[in-house]
Design a protein around this ligand. Sequence first.
Ligand code: FAD
Length: 417
Amino acid sequence: MPDPGSRDAVVVGAGIVGICAALSLLEKGFTVRVIDPEPPADGASSGNAGVISPWSCVPQTLPGLWKDVPKWLLDPDGPLALRWAYTPRLLPWLFQFFAAGNVKRLPAIADAMLTVNRPSVDLFHQLLDGTGDEDLVRDSLYLHLYRNPAGADLNNLPWRLRSERGVPLEVLRGGEIQEVEPELSTDFKAAVVIRSQGRATNPGRLGKVLAAKAEARGATFVRGRVHRLAPGVNGECRLETDQGELAAAKVVLAAGAWSARLLAPLGVKVCLEAERGYHMVFEDPGVTLNHSIMDAERKFVTSSMEMGIRSAGTAEFAGLDAPPNYRRSKVFEHLAKRILPNLNTAKKSEWMGTRPSMPDSVPCIGPVPGHPNIIGAFGHGHLGLTGAPMTGRMVAALAADEPLNLDLKPFRLDRFA
Ligand SMILES: Cc1cc2nc3c(=O)[nH]c(=O)nc-3n(C[C@H](O)[C@H](O)[C@H](O)COP(=O)(O)OP(=O)(O)OC[C@H]3O[C@@H](n4cnc5c(N)ncnc54)[C@H](O)[C@@H]3O)c2cc1C
């Protein structure tokens, strides 16, 4: 049995958060095992839109957002979908979601989001250094496009939250947009450009390259499912898995949207929801984008990747176990065409993945209440690719009992209890 003071850790979940946690734990001298029934970075961490967004500080919830909900739900191409049978189970989360969108709570939420997201581009460059795949993260702009130019007014609350925090913003009008991205439709009348961004040209491969780096540095990747976490003797943690029992001085829980299920038997309730998203990849697209593009009215992102052009988005609430509804991804075919009129959509593939979403868009990072040797690292919602490297650093410092010069209160797992 490991001594709880020893540098021995098991990371549950080999998504991008678990992989970054493993790399940071290795740096601190830990012996690291990562357990997941799936190969590294195969879930949400593979199919996302690849935006690495250091300036992201605007939560999904905002004052007055509820007014848009009926319109979105009635639109079959809209950005939001609900399975009605699931709604009663969603209500507690929804209540906290709309409560978090109170204007008085937004500054603290924005600051917490920046804590995790701000170093992302630099940290990804550092993590990739020496792998030979440094090009997987490119410096980029992030264009938010509007058909109605009123959306690009920097006095609007979401843009104000950003500019008050020093986010480098610029407004483009009319033909200025095509000077930056020649293939974009002239339907867009204005764009807000966020500078100093990054973009992953293949998020799944990025995760696999970093997992291979962790393995080369001594981490072991175990293919298996954790059924139960339990306290062991002398403060260490036991993990009951389909590969037998494991024990470790420290456990990092990075099981994405599944994390709440592993916490429930410990008597710990977290307000975590499975927010499903979809993508469509257009192979041989015939057009290229240089940057990440957000259709700000339709709320989906489009980017050039190694596989072609990927359009990704949608918030679908149907629980963790419902089968995918690929109608949600098919809408990207005509929506993407409206952004990129010359896009070749003949060859395409579709995908669904599950975001681990907290009501306030702030991840859970820190000790599990009552179980100080289990450290939570989940709940990154729409920004888990971006937040993964800093989360890894934070959990590794916590595991090593090193002081973190950060306020961890906004990240507490029990903040909605
Ligand atoms: C359509 C879409 C677009 C997105 N776009 C972006 C973007 O542009 N930028 C951005 O920053 N983020 C984006 N995201 C969000 C981002 O992809 C997620 O927040 C991130 O991938 C979450 O990473 P994770 O490691 O926490 O979870 P996951 O990638 O879900 O990994 C969790 C892992 O835990 C494993 N697991 C579950 N249960 C167990 C168990 N019992 N035992 C062992 N292992 C277990 C799972 O198999 C899985 O591999 C997007 C998401 C979607 C769906």
